[in-house]
Design a binder for this molecule. Sequence first.
Ligand code: NAI
Length: 306
Amino acid sequence: MKVTVVGAGAVGASCAEYIAIKDFAEEIVLVDIKEGFAEGKAMDLMQTASLNGFDSTIVGATNDYTKTAGSDVAVITSGIPRKPGMTREELIGINAGIVKDVAEKLIAESPNVIIIVVSNPMDTMAYLAHKATGLPKNRIIGMGGALDSARFKYRLAEALECAQSDISAMVIGGHSDTGMVPLIDKAVRNSVPVTEFLSEEKQTEVVEATKVGGATLTKLLGTSAWYAPGAAVSELVRAIALDSKKLFPCSALLEGEYGLSDISIGVPCIIGKNGIEKIVEIELSAAEKEKLAASAEGVSKVNDLL
Ligand code: NAI
């Protein structure tokens, strides 16, 4: 498998590093507009191959898409991240132009590529990628829910004082502080509902901490996070590479699923060699449905800014 990662910044480089360490890709191409930056990151990462024990080749390119030719998967992380106090939505002006331009250049070199959109506001950027490229809907995946669900598991495990690996939980809806819908009533600790262990007050605390998970880190770091975003992307790429049919909440273009249309928003998706192989419609409670509908309204408002 050949993977391109556009944007060799914090998230792009972390994503490339995890993909390399997991050792399922033959070649990883890092692209950035900053002269020499992607080449430098690629060289630095290649010098970890003997230390980390991987055989993937990593190459860098300054805005040269010919090196990306024949990519199976391309990850778009190019753009600006938020600063403390900013919302993801405030990034739209700059990032929309970048995402559209990058998506077109990627497809010109790799007509069969599956695109994973990471740049924020991610649901709107994924929607824009659909509109701008007209690719079949299975081939554009927005990454947000995989990260938000990992943050939800972290918060649940912390509250339950248990291992994260014991938790199965999912966040659907828009990838924004107000749009996320952590499905606490469906979360389990090794088959036992987490609601059996947590008071209502604690449940609310966990849900709220999950929704502002990104903002909490932005405040601490002065910019947005990169390790968990990079790891989440690498898991989506791995599911495609290994055709593992894993289920992740991803931002997918909906055409009637969950009563929503003409919107890209986080819903459970089966990921395999064809990208989004199936959107899974799970039974939602009335309260969950209401939250998802409100979230979709928020995402649509951001889409209207395009
Ligand atoms: P960063 O600033 O560290 O890296 C962005 C890189 O993109 C820079 O190196 C920049 O030179 C490059 N770039 C800008 N325009 C470009 C273009 N036209 N072509 C190629 N490269 C270009 O930012 P970071 O922290 O890596 O974040 C990247 C994006 O990912 C941001 O929009 C951020 O909000 C988003 N993000 C999304 C997450 C998600 O869950 N969907 C999680 C974390 C960040």
